[in-house]
Design a protein around this ligand. Structure first.
Ligand code: SF4
Length: 97
């Protein structure tokens, strides 16, 4: 059975190329590991806009194996929020096992 992928419900990394109106306009993001502070690895700092208008990104893969929503390097949260944490965009939906 095909699994539903988790959407990026909101993203406040407004200086990312793929950010449009606080949402993610690339097809899929990868979230990296880094313990209890997993970062969006797809973040691209640029004033030039990328992605596609009207697209709502999903989590294609996640390396944060310590997150309770992580199964087989995929995200089962349903929806995630990304926000800036110091200078990097983090998955704020992370929940330690
Ligand atoms: S909620 Fe957990 S599994 Fe989903 S993207 Fe965030 S860190 Fe990865």
């Amino acid at each position: 059975m095909m699994k539903e992928m988790s959407h990026v419900a909101s993203c406040h990394a407004t200086d990312c190329s793929y950010n449009r109106d606080s949402s993610c306009s690339t097809m899929a993001i990868t979230v990296g590991g880094f313990g209890d502070s997993p970062q969006c690895s797809t973040f691209l700092h640029s004033t030039q806009k990328g992605g596609l208008q009207g697209i709502r990104g999903v989590v294609g893969a996640c390396e944060a194996s310590t997150c309770s929503h992580n199964t087989d390097r995929g995200c089962t949260a349903g929806a995630i929020a990304v926000d800036m944490n110091n200078s990097h965009p983090d998955c704020m939906t992370y929940s330690a096992r």
